[in-house]
Design a protein around this ligand. Structure first.
Ligand code: ATP
Length: 303
């Protein structure tokens, strides 16, 4: 899709692998992100999101395969000021004000945003004179966003950017992020929140055990997971054999309820009735949540 112009994509992974001991944190990722796209990297805890982002930023090297930004090694793009990042660990610099910090970072880039503009975009104009080590978690998060924006980078990478934000700050954050994306910048953000990925990304990459298991719009993911969800109370019974019932593609257990994704809910319900497993039985269309669970479910391996 991005090959036609001859311009290298913003992000390109080819067979990238990163292993920690026996864990394949990133396990053969092939990926292209075109310039101007807003992409969400969605996955459970430990799925490989942060490792993917570290590879992308050149903070770690792949054991195999290649990673490029704008057709060059990540370090080169980072050094040229084409990349801004907001990572998970926040280390406050003592005594410095918000404005001083953002001014310092902006000064390291060739074509930075005016500092007042970066502060305004991050929604922290009113915090300009405050010390960065005396802010709340949510305020600190927004300062980190201003730091990521300060250099006016072509690509901005945000690792779980809304983790510490309340509802209002979250909304303000996404408004700012979208304003930045509308200027033609490329945005990659990681999240656990399906609604955020669905609402704010052009494209969602679902990562599970180091692999990209789905790539598309929220609508496409819902469609690809397809089917219906049949759920019922286990009432103490086991889950053996449930994935073998007619139509069933995957099984998830939430508390005492079994959730079966099925391509043929009628056949599944009849089979459950034969087993006498109909307590609290419900049939519902798949949601994006369900699609995500189906895509990343451990039970998928057995289906
Ligand atoms: N420095 C490291 N040393 C050893 N194992 C690591 C290291 N970093 C990551 N891992 C392992 O690699 C896997 C992927 O971790 P990663 O941090 O990329 O996941 P994540 O999707 O960002 O998770 P979370 O949502 O919890 O932040 C996990 O099994 C993790 O334990």
């Amino acid at each position: 899709m991005t090959k036609t112009t001859g311009t290298p994509p913003a992000v390109s992974f080819t067979g990238a692998v990163k292993t920690y001991g026996t864990v394949r944190a990133v396990d053969g990722v092939d990926l292209r992100i075109a310039r101007g796209e807003t992409v969400a990297l969605l996955g459970r805890n430990g799925a490989g999101k942060s490792t993917t982002i570290s590879l992308l930023l050149g903070l770690i090297e792949p054991d195999a395969g290649t990673v490029e930004l704008f057709g060059a090694p990540p370090e080169r793009a980072v050094r040229a000021g084409r990349v801004g990042a907001m990572l998970q660990e926040a280390r406050a610099v003592p005594r410095v004000t918000v404005s001083e910090l953002v001014t310092f970072v902006a000064g390291r880039y060739p074509t930075p945003l005016p500092v007042a503009h970066a502060l305004e975009l991050a929604g922290i104009a009113d915090l300009a004179g405050r010390r960065v080590d005396r802010l709340s978690g949510g305020q600190t998060q927004r300062v980190r966003f201003a730091v990521a924006l300060a250099g006016n980078p072509s690509l901005i990478v945000l690792d779980e950017p809304t983790a510490a934000l309340d509802v209002e700050a979250r909304r303000a954050f996404w408004d700012s992020m979208r304003a930045y994306a509308r200027r033609g910048h490329t945005v990659l953000f990681s999240t656990h929140y399906l609604e955020e990925a669905d609402a704010h990304a052009d494209r969602i990459l679902v990562i599970d055990r180091g692999r990209i298991v789905a790539d598309g719009t929220g609508e496409e993911l819902r469609r690809s997971a397809g089917g219906n969800l049949v759920s019922f109370d286990l009432a103490g019974r086991g889950t053996e054999g449930l994935t073998l019932l007619p139509g069933v593609r995957s099984l998830e257990v939430r508390g005492d309820r079994a959730l079966l994704r099925t391509d043929d809910s009628d056949a599944t319900v009849i089979a459950l009735a034969d087993l006498g497993a109909i307590r609290g039985l419900e049939v519902a269309p798949a949601s994006l949540d369900d699609a995500f669970l189906a895509l990343t479910s451990r039970a998928m391996e057995t289906v």
